[in-house]
Structures are given as structure tokens and as C-alpha cells.
Design a protein around this ligand. Structure first.
Ligand code: HDD
Length: 712
């Protein structure tokens, strides 16, 4: 076992290193079979004569091919496409008052984490930029065992009961007869299901918003979604909602960009995360909690157990309690990112569940799925899944068992093994479930307190800026526009009408239909009366309340830092080196990443006769892969006027409201592009022509100039 330190991150706790880094390094080693026999020829099978048939006895060839034949394992049913990184979590102040969880007590302790981000619907090889929810799973390797916070980048969910999860996923996955479309919700079966599930309306608002197309995995919020419990050493409970707030700010791309990125670089998010960590720009999130006293459980207009509801930050503020830093890329994608097994039921003492029926169902699903995905109840022995806490029990055997348990005792109680392993009392760290009183009859139903499906959907819509509202309207027009069955569109528009009548009207307009159904479409009249739930969804007077934290643009986590922003410098032979270097240095000093783009790869020669290395040719580069563009001055730049690629670059950057800058010939070139010309005097401050670097950097700090959308 090789002990190595992270290339870019901090050295790991040696104990963790041994457990999680079962790495092997072939440098200066002979090639061997799986059983250690040195291989003499890895190019030819054993044959009866040079031109003769292959011999069955060739154990070397058989071993190699057999292993290859079994290299694939089933991908995750959902969240198959993911990217992950190692790092650590550190609490700012002891949370002793609320929880006894060991990793939340001592600010000097760094708890190792492994965090995996994912899309939901697409297969392993699908594009990163699908319109989708993003998974946000964190495994904390605490001294008291592994704790998994398995959340999403949206704080609510589509459904209220786990019983509906297979239906939701069947509906959103590619349609079963022809396996289309890949990684997209814009098709009939998804919207058929949604249009009959009013409870999904709040989540639909999130999924149709810019949150579903993040700029980077580093620039997303994360949420635990369900209400959990914190339990302190006096066994007192507080309800808790978890939030991850990205210190890089929360940013999104536009839908037009997302679609183009999917074509240009479908690994856009994966590459961005990898490169940020590789270059030492470690992504960071603060962990926040909303804490609610047990006695306040019923003091809300919604039910804390309902996963389609959030607790507005205005009602219960988010207290920031610690920070997660991701500082090491995995060594091997399969061994770590693919084989990691998360489970909302991986708890440590001090944290507990609530009776949220979605969470309760998840507690069954995650171990069950690992059994078919990883193939054995011993998946906890895979290095990435191993706990760093001591692990002893009477579980034995099973496929691929690694541990060699010694002794004859594998049962409890026993006297032959001295009663070991011992059960731990609560004060010895034994996990004891919160002793909530439950006194009820068995029912297969839902609580009436779950039946307001629209107030928070309206709250979300109200909270958006006009630009964001417009994006939601367009997303719905796009998605429903791809639906072929007219009645599904009609039902959807009727549901949207319960959320916001202007929203419904605008979507209907785009679809060429009218809003005419005032009733909430349930699955009544569709097949058998399929909805036996006692409580009908409520028609609610539309709220005028709003919450700034729900908008990305108004969000206080937006930062003006330009660190890691990708800036395209469009250049050509005859560019002015002084102009290029002045801007490049100023940007790089602030942490931005500058790439030189030119008509050809290799080198270009500046006006001053300097050789400049080209990073990407215009054929490969595209505005959608960058945050901003700059064209330096220089006589040679004039020649780019004829370039279709440059015109497309600037047009896209302009359309996507990005910062565009230029000096002299560069500025003139930008002004000659049709879309910029048409804007005339209405150009915003994101078009920075013939100004100093400070103006350009200031504009970059704003991320996008959304007001430009109206012009476009
Ligand atoms: Fe789930 C994976 C998040 C509801 C069943 N889920 C999975 C992952 C995330 C979530 C982030 C990927 C973990 C990883 O990176 O490996 N799931 C959620 C959230 C939910 C949710 C935030 C609602 C609040 N999930 C949910 C329900 C069920 C499942 C109701 C089943 C009843 N989820 C699974 C699963 C997966 C999974 C089938 C697939 C792969 C895996 O577990 O390990 O068991």
C-alpha cells in the first residue's frame, strides 16, 4: 500500500490515507498476472504455431480477457452522471447546545469528506449541462462513523411520499419504447406525470429556473431537503434544515448556452471542478442550519415533514456553522467516484430522522440499491466507503469479503468471546434513536397538512427578478413545446394557473393555447380513479409574499470575486502585445484564467515581433465555454473582421449578457458586429470598450448584464 500525500491539498490523516487510498503504482515494477506471476509477452496469445489456432491453456490471455469482460457494473438508477472530490469539513464553533455529533464540537478538528455532485436523469456518459436537479452528497468520515448528507441543489422535492419515486423516475427517464430522449425532462411521459401531480408544482418552479443549469458545480447551493433532528447530550431535539452556501457565489448559465455547451464540451462541469482543484483554487461551501425548537413544530403554515416545502430564511434565519473545502481530486474515477455509496441512513449520534415519508422511504432504498449496483453486502469494505472509526460486529461472509475475522464467535450474546464486541451505552457513544412518541393507527394516506401544493410555488415565482421569471416562462415553453400530446400541455397550463395567472398566460401564449381549465387536474378521469388520497389539493388565494434568498440574482451569496473566471482573449498575428499583456496580467492578478484564442494553434507574432503561444484555435473555442471575452488592440486584429467564428463568438457573448471588452482595433471589431451595432447607444456597462482594466474587472464582478436580454 502506497502512502502518498495529495498533490495540491493537505496531507491526509495517515489512518484515513491507508483506508481510503488503497492505491497501487506500477512505476519501476514488472507486469504480472493478477496472481503475481511476471508476464513475458503481453502482445501475443499462445498459439499452435505462428499462424495456428490459439491454445485454451493460455491462462494469461484468459485472465486478461475475463477481467475485461466484467469491467462494467450497473450504473446508478438515478444520479448516474457524477463528479467528486475529497476535502475536509471544519465547524466554526461548537454546536454542543444543539447536537452531540462529535464532528460538530471542536473547531480545531478537520473531518475528511468525499463529495459527489451529479445530475439525476442522465446516464453515466450524458452531458453535464442537462436541465436537471443536481445531487449534492457529502460523506463525512467522522471518528464516530460515517455521516452522509445526501441532498440536492434545490431545497424541495417533486413528491411527498417515497411510494411515488419509481413513478417519477420512470416518467423522467428516456421513454421505454425507444430510449429517448437522453438526460432531458422535455418529453411526454415526464409532463404527463407532473401534470397529474399538483404536489410537484413547487419543485417544478425550481427545476424550470436557472438553478437547473448551474455555471459550475462549485457555484451551486446545496440542501439537505428534509427536516432532520439535532439531538444534544441532554437528549433534547431541535428540528434542523441543512444548507450549503458556495463561497464562489451562486451562478447559472442561460438555456441557449447550456445547449451549446452540451455540444461543445459535455464534460464542462466535471472539467471545471477538476481544474479548479488541480490549480489550487479549492471550492468552498459554508454549512448553514435552520434550527427550530421541538415545541415550534406546529407553528408554521406548512408541515415541517413535507419535503415539497422549504422554511423561508426570513422565517428562520440560516446560521452558518462551518466550512467544507474540496482540495483533492480522486486518484481513480471508478474506485472512488463510481463506487462511493451514499445513504441518508448513515447517521452518527446527535443527528436523527423525522417522519418525512419521503425520507423514510429513502432509508430503505439506498442500501438496497448498492446490493445490485456494487453486488455485495460488503460494499462498506470498498476503500472509499470504509469508516475511519473502529468497526466490529457479527456480520460475516458474503461476496468479496475482505476482512478476515478471527476467532470462533460471530453471535451475540456469547460467553466464548467474552461477550465481545460490546454494545455501547448512550454515554459510551452508542446510537440511540430519538424517543419520539408515536401513538397512531395504521393508515395508508397523507396528512391534510400536506395538501397546499401552490403557496410556496407562488412564493418562489414571486421572489424571482423579471429576468429570472422570464427564464422560467421560456423553460416551460421549451419543455412543454417538446411535448406532443396536447392534453398534457393543457393540464400543465391549468396547474400553472394555480401558481400565478400571468405565468400561465405567458406559457400558454408560447404554446398557442389558452388557459381555460380552472379546476386542478388530478388523476381523476384518467384511467381508474387513481388517487385515493383523502385530501384534495387546496386552491389557495395567490400569495404576494416573496423571499430574496430564493432568487439567484438577488441572492446574497453572489460574490464580486473574479477568481477562476475563464476569459477568452481573441488574438491574431499582429496583435498588440502591450495591450494583451496589460489586460492579461491585471486579470490573472485577480485570479482569472486567460486563454489566448487565435485562428490557428502554435504561436502568433505580435506587432512588436513577440512570439505568443496560442491556447485554443477559433475552431475549438466558443464563447459559451468562457465567462467573458476581450480583444486587444493591434493592426493584425483588423483581419479578424472577416472571421465568421469571431462574429459568432461576440454575438453569443452579447446574447448571453457576458462582459465583452476591447481596445482600439479590438473595440472597433466588436462595434462592427451586427448585434452590437444594433444596440447602438443602449450598450450597458458590460461592454467595456477603450477603458482601463479596472472597468473591465469591475464589470466581470457582476457576472452577467441581464438587462441586455431585453435588447436581444
Ligand atoms: Fe435519491 C441516489 C438525492 C429521493 C433513491 N439520491 C441519490 C443521490 C442523491 C440523491 C444526491 C446520488 C448519490 C451519489 O452521489 O451517489 N434522493 C435525493 C434527494 C431526494 C431523493 C435529495 C429527496 C429529497 N432517492 C429519493 C427517493 C428514493 C431515492 C424517494 C427512493 C425511494 N437515490 C435513490 C437510489 C440512489 C439515489 C435509487 C441511486 C444510486 C444510489 O442511490 O446510490 O437509491
Amino acid at each position: 500500500m502506497k502512502k502518498s500525500t495529495s498533490k495540491t491539498g493537505e496531507a491526509l490523516d495517515p489512518k484515513l490515507q491507508d483506508l481510503q487510498r488503497n492505491t497501487s503504482d506500477a512505476t519501476d515494477q514488472f507486469m504480472t498476472t493478477d496472481h503475481g506471476v511476471r508476464i513475458n509477452d503481453d502482445n501475443n496469445t499462445l498459439k499452435a504455431g505462428e499462424r495456428g489456432p490459439s491454445l485454451l491453456e493460455d491462462f494469461i490471455m484468459r485472465e486478461k480477457i475475463t477481467h475485461f469482460d466484467h469491467e462494467r457494473i450497473p450504473e446508478r438508477i438515478v444520479h448516474a452522471r457524477g463528479s467528486a472530490a475529497h476535502g475536509y469539513f471544519q465547524v466554526y464553533e461548537s454546536m454542543e447546545k444543539y447536537t452531540k455529533a462529535g464532528f460538530l464540537q471542536d473547531p480545531s478538528i478537520k473531518t475528511p469528506v468525499f463529495t459527489r455532485f451529479s445530475t439525476v436523469a442522465g446516464s453515466r456518459g450524458s452531458t453535464d449541462l442537462a436541465r436537471d436537479v443536481r445531487g449534492f452528497s457529502v460523506k463525512f468520515y467522522t471518528q464516530e462513523g460515517n455521516y452522509d448528507l445526501v441532498g440536492n441543489n434545490m431545497p424541495v422535492f417533486f413528491i411527498q411520499d417515497a411510494m411515488k419515486f419509481p413513478d417519477l423516475i420512470h416518467a423522467v427517464k428516456p421513454e421505454p419504447h425507444h430510449e429517448m430522449p437522453q438526460a432531458a425532462s422535455a418529453h411526454d411521459t415526464f409532463w404527463d406525470f407532473i401534470s397529474l401531480m399538483p404536489e410537484s408544482m413547487h419543485m417544478i418552479m425550481w427545476a424550470m429556473s436557472d438553478r437547473a443549469i448551474p455555471r459550475s458545480l462549485r457555484m451551486m447551493e446545496g440542501f439537505g431537503v428534509h427536516t432532520f433532528r439535532f439531538i444534544n447530550s441532554k437528549n433534547e431535539s431541535h428540528f434542523v434544515k441543512f444548507h450549503w452556501k458556495p463561497l464562489q457565489g451562486t451562478h447559472s448559465v442561460t438555456w441557449d448556452e447550456a445547449q451549446k455547451i452540451s455540444g461543445k464540451n459535455s464534460d464542462f462541469h466535471r472539467q471545471d471542478l477538476w481544474e479548479a482543484i488541480d490549480t489550487g483554487n479549492f471550492p468552498e461551501w459554508e454549512l448553514g442550519v435552520q434550527l427550530i425548537a421541538d415545541s415550534d413544530e406546529f407553528n408554521f403554515t406548512y408541515d415541517l415533514l413535507d419535503p415539497t416545502k422549504l422554511v423561508p430564511e426570513e422565517e428562520v434565519p440560516v446560521t452558518i456553522i462551518g466550512k467544507m473545502v474540496l482540495n483533492r481530486n480522486p486518484d481513480n474515477f471508478f474506485a472512488e467516484t463510481e463506487q462511493v455509496a451514499f445513504h441518508p441512513g448513515h447517521l452518527v449520534p446527535g443527528i436523527d430522522f423525522t417522519n418525512d415519508p419521503l425520507l423514510q422511504g429513502r432509508l430503505f432504498s439506498y442500501t438496497d440499491t448498492q446490493l445490485s449496483r456494487l453486488g455485495s453486502p460488503n460494499f462498506h469494505e470498498i476503500p472509499i466507503n470504509r469508516t475511519v472509526a473502529p468497526m466490529h460486529n457479527n456480520q460475516r461472509d458474503g461476496h468479496m469479503r475482505q476482512e478476515i475475522n478471527t476467532g470462533r464467535v460471530s453471535y451475540q450474546p456469547n460467553s466464548l468471546g467474552g461477550g465481545c464486541p460490546y454494545q455501547a451505552k448512550m454515554k459510551e457513544g452508542g446510537f440511540v434513536s430519538f424517543n419520539e412518541r408515536v401513538d397512531a393507527q395504521k393508515v395508508r394516506d397523507r396528512s391534510e397538512s400536506f395538501s397546499d401544493h401552490f403557496s410556496q410555488a407562488t412564493l418562489f415565482f414571486n421572489s424571482q427578478t423579471d429576468v429570472e421569471k422570464n427564464h422560467i416562462i421560456k423553460a416551460l415553453r421549451f419543455e412543454l413545446g417538446k411535448v406532443e400530446t396536447e392534453v398534457i400541455r393543457v393540464r400543465m397550463v391549468a396547474l400553472l394557473n394555480q401558481v400565478d395567472s400571468t405565468l400561465a398566460e405567458k406559457v400558454a401564449q408560447g404554446l398557442g393555447i389558452t388557459v381555460h381549465n380552472p379546476e386542478i387536474p388530478m388523476n381523476k378521469g384518467v384511467g381508474a380513479d387513481a388517487n385515493p388520497t383523502k385530501y384534495e389539493p387546496k386552491t389557495i388565494p395567490q400569495t404576494t409574499l416573496s423571499s430574496d434568498a430564493l432568487s439567484v440574482i438577488k441572492n446574497p451569496t453572489v460574490t464580486s470575486s473574479i477568481k477562476t473566471k475563464q476569459i477568452a482573449f481573441i488574438c491574431a498575428d499582429g496583435v498588440c502585445n502591450a495591450s494583451l499583456v496589460n489586460y492579461k496580467n491585471a486579470l490573472e492578478k485577480k485570479g482569472a484564467v486567460v486563454k489566448i484564442i487565435a485562428p490557428h494553434l502554435g504561436f502568433i507574432k505580435s506587432e512588436e515581433g513577440k512570439k505568443i503561444k496560442v491556447d485554443q484555435s477559433l475552431l475549438i473555442a466558443a464563447s459559451v465555454l468562457f465567462d467573458a471575452v476581450f480583444i486587444p488592440s493591434g493592426k493584425g486584429i483588423v483581419d479578424l473582421k472577416e472571421s465568421k467564428e469571431v462574429a459568432e463568438f461576440i454575438t453569443d457573448a452579447f446574447k448571453h449578457c457576458k462582459v465583452i471588452g476591447g481596445e482600439e482595433e479590438g473595440a472597433a471589431l466588436i462595434q462592427s458586429i451586427q448585434i452590437v451595432k444594433e444596440a447602438g447607444k443602449k450598450l450597458d456597462e458590460g461592454v467595456v470598450l477603450n477603458k482601463d482594466t479596472t472597468a473591465y474587472i469591475k464589470a466581470l464582478g457582476k457576472h452577467r448584464f441581464w438587462e441586455r436580454e431585453e435588447l436581444v
